[in-house]
Design a binder for this molecule. Structure first.
Ligand code: NAP
Length: 585
């Protein structure tokens, strides 16, 4: 059975919270968590307690009720005894079980109740049809602060020695919003020593993607149902992959503005993009390493490919920080992360896409590790694909699918590359892939770059690696756009890219376009936005254009073939990419 999907709802208003719970059910969630710490002050106002009872009674899904303390990131800073009293009142509310969870998905605690009355139950007037929540969440620190508190919580929930006395079970939780708690092991052992805890929850801020791996190990070695999640952008994998490692549940927000913990995906993202319900123990793991990777479209296309072909895989972002000012430190962190991912015994990593700024780091790591590399990676000094084969031993190989992808897109547009004159703007990673791919197919490539020395290095590297044997690659001047009859001009700079250095500008002056020969093609490798200033300018001058989607799709399709041995469904990657890039209506 896979992990449950829970939508946390920060309660401010009763009707809005119930409407959100209905929306969560309609979106496909299994349960909701009512976070009551903004509406329950612990002042002794019975109306607050009644509001919570009505929420639970009216919930269309089984629910967790949590009054999170300020000390663990919540909004409650009142008296602990008051907080625990409302738990006791909730746990002993009414009779009957309320909405139930998917069969087999929960700890084996009873759903029906014979709730004993309690002082509070007698004092507070209940609401018609009231029933207890399925879970109450209490922090380990609160629960263990005093024997009295613990005893009161225990009265509200089912326990091994009184299993049928309550339909409510205890989630005992540990949070750290700063990072991995230094005393993590000690705290977990303390939680495990509490027999009444039906579920142990651990959530801490992941400082790097490597924190996910420890969370997976803890899940695999759990002694009872467990929630183990990394908060923040580095922890997304722990949320998506919970089912693979036997996690009890994962949280996803109803809408992106409603997250209760940083890094939480939306229900739609986790169900549709990440195919949460399809992840199981056997699922192979793929992903993208880069910095930043939050807006990458690779998870969208690869997960769609797995879905359509029935391949048992899932693709997640693995952000690995980089600092342009200290390339060695960036490499060290890339290397440590990738080697851990590749060699982690439980993860089943089967492949990675590698993007800016780590493509060169991938080649460096492959050389140090003795991994096989394709000729395009050797020649360009940059790789974008890692294929991991796990047999008696783990074997990894590196490829560059950017070079053939770019060449294939342009070849289709200009009717073959043999003898074509092509100007490439830029001398970075993409320009290297372009120079190698195009010259290898017989084109004559001219590199036009702001920094001439970098263009010269590119040409020397390609020549040294034996690339360009069929055509040739040389350094040129921008002015050549007005004197040479190019068949195509490729933008390999980030100029014109949304949130890039110069989003409004084209990398060439409009005046140069007058000299471009009829029939020439302008290709941009930038695909955000789809119509860049470079392409708009060309279209206005009557020049044929190709946007950056074709190259993106083609390099991703090649990766998919390498990883799965399957053909990606025709047009699927392109349709998904274009749909994701269309401005919202
Ligand atoms: P890179 O390695 O950082 O190289 C960028 C190049 O652009 C450098 O040669 C740089 O010149 C030049 N440049 C940067 N800012 C400039 C400016 N303001 N004016 C003139 N030249 C400028 O980057 P990359 O990895 O090659 O990526 C370049 C672009 O390709 C990205 O923006 C991305 O959108 C696109 N891309 C597309 C795909 C796809 O599949 N479609 C894949 C990868 C990348 P200097 O040498 O003078 O610094």
């Amino acid at each position: 059975m896979g992990a449950l999907l829970c939508v946390p709802i920060m309660v401010h208003d009763e009707a809005a919270a119930l409407a959100d719970a209905e929306a969560a059910r309609d979106a496909g969630a299994d349960l909701v968590e009512f976070r009551i710490d903004e509406v329950f002050s612990g002042s002794g106002d019975e109306n607050e307690t009644k509001l919570v009872l009505r929420l639970v009674a009216g919930s269309p899904l089984p629910c967790i009720v949590t009054c999170r303390s300020a000390a663990e990131g919540g909004g409650y800073d009142g008296d602990d005894m008051e907080r625990v009293s409302v738990y006791e009142r909730l746990g002993t509310a009414g009779r009957g079980g309320g909405p139930t969870l998917r069969a087999g998905s929960e700890p084996s605690t009873p759903r029906s109740i014979d709730a004993p009355g309690s002082e509070n139950a007698a004092r507070i007037v209940g609401v018609p049809g009231e029933h207890p929540p399925r879970y109450l969440d209490c922090e380990l620190e609160t629960y263990t602060r005093s024997a009295n508190l613990k005893q009161k919580v225990n009265l509200a929930v089912a326990s091994p020695d009184r299993p049928r006395e309550s339909a409510t079970s205890l989630i005992l939780s540990i949070h750290d919003f700063q990072g991995r708690p230094a005393d993590l092991t000690r705290r977990l052992l303390r939680a495990r020593s509490e027999p009444v805890a039906a579920v142990i929850k651990l959530a801490y801020r992941a400082r790097s993607v490597r924190d996910n791996l420890e969370l997976f190990d803890l899940l695999a070695e759990r002694d009872r149902p467990m929630i183990a999640l990394g908060m923040g952008e580095f922890g997304l994998a722990s949320r998506v992959l919970a089912s693979k490692f036997g996690g009890f549940l994962t949280f996803a927000s109803l809408r992106s503005a409603a997250v209760t913990a940083p890094g939480q995906p939306t229900v739609r993202e986790i169900l549709e993009t990440y195919r949460f319900r399809s992840v199981r123990a056997s699922t192979k793991v793929f992903g993208i390493v880069g910095w930043p990777v939050g807006h990458s479209l690779s998870p969208v296309v690869h997960n769609a490919g797995f879905d359509e072909t029935g391949f048992d895989g899932v693709y997640v972002p693995w952000p690995v920080q980089a600092d342009a000012a200290s390339p060695d430190a960036s490499y060290a962190s890339f290397k440590a992360t990738v080697l851990e991912l590749v060699h982690h015994p439980r993860l089943d990593l089967a492949g990675l896409s590698v993007t800016i700024p780590h493509k060169e780091n991938l080649v460096r790591l492959a050389r140090e590790s003795g991994w096989e590399m394709d000729a395009a990676s050797e020649a360009t000094g940059a790789g974008n694909t890692l294929v991991v084969e796990r047999g008696a031993e783990v074997r990894a190989r590196v490829a560059n699918t950017d070079a053939p992808a770019l060449a294939a897109c342009l070849a289709a547009a200009v009717g073959g590359l043999e003898g074509r004159r092509i100007a490439v703007l830029g001398a970075g990673g993409v320009a290297r892939a372009a120079a190698y791919g195009l010259s290898g197919a017989g084109a004559q490539v001219v590199i036009l770059n702001r920094t001439r020395a970098r263009a010269e290095r590119l040409v020397a590297d390609i020549a040294r690696a034996g690339g360009g044997s069929a055509g040739d690659v040389r350094v040129g001047e921008m002015g050549e756009l007005e004197t040479v009859a190019f068949d195509a001009v490729v933008n390999g700079t980030p100029v014109g890219m949304e949130s890039g250095p110069e989003p409004e500008r084209s990398p060439i002056d409009a005046g140069m376009l007058a000299q471009i020969q009829p029939g020439a093609v302008f290709m941009d490798t930038v695909y955000r936005p789809l119509r860049t200033p470079f392409l708009r300018q060309a279209e206005e001058a009557g020049i044929r254009t190709i946007d950056g989607v074709g190259m993106f799709v083609s390099q991703a399709e090649a990766q998919f073939r390498m990883w799965t041995g399957l053909e990606p469904p025709p047009r699927l990657f392109e349709n998904r990419t274009r749909a994701a890039l269309m401005p919202e209506q």
